[in-house]
Write a protein that binds this ligand. Structure first.
Ligand SMILES: [Zn+2]
Length: 179
């Protein structure tokens, strides 16, 4: 009797050990990898130029005007639909491009230094599809919690508006058929 209890205890302990040490931690998101042809099919030419070729949209364009009018919601990557920013971190920097003081999902946003203009700039990249989003500038004196300006091309952001509270309750049930 006692031996059986001891045996099952030992087996149980071994199982736990394996669980703790044997497996790699689960990655939060899977990488999205596509070749150039696939990207060209998925994206508009302007999105392709920005995301895949580190291009920059024209400032104060239509996308920017639309961005300024958007209410609360999330901003996802146009390349892979991963959430990157939200309206909570959006602020008006008056620079002509959508600005955020922080990503809403930090693990989905990567940075790296580029020298495209001859001086170092910190490039902002989607961590899931490696798409170019824009640049981040620090210490410009904005009155935000981080004093960072994520200067992002609105062309490569998909706006997903939040559901207004109570909107799901407003289901218009069809009137009962009268016999
Ligand atoms: Zn992406």
């Amino acid at each position: 009797m006692g031996l059986v209890v001891l045996m099952s205890y030992v087996i149980g302990a071994k199982k736990n050990q394996k669980k703790l040490g044997g497996e790699l931690p689960v990655k939060p998101t899977k990488k999205v990898i596509m070749d150039d042809t696939e990207w060209k099919e998925k994206l508009t030419p302007e999105q392709y130029r920005i995301l895949r070729k580190a291009g920059t949209e024209r400032p104060y364009g239509e996308v920017y005007s639309a961005f300024k009018k958007q209410g609360s919601g999330k901003y996802a990557c146009a390349g892979c639909d991963t959430e990157l920013f939200s309206s909570n971190e959006k602020f008006d920097s008056k620079c002509g491009w959508p600005s955020f003081y922080d990503p809403s999902q930090a693990k989905n946003v990567k940075t790296s230094v580029d020298y495209i203009l001859g001086y170092p700039r910190t490039e902002v990249v989607c961590a899931v599809c490696e798409g170019h989003l824009g640049h981040v500038f620090t210490g410009e004196g904005f009155d935000t919690p981080t004093d960072k300006r994520y200067c992002i091309n609105g062309t490569v952001l998909k706006f997903v508006p939040d559901q207004p509270p109570g909107s799901e309750k407003k289901s218009h049930k069809p009137a009962a058929p009268s016999n």
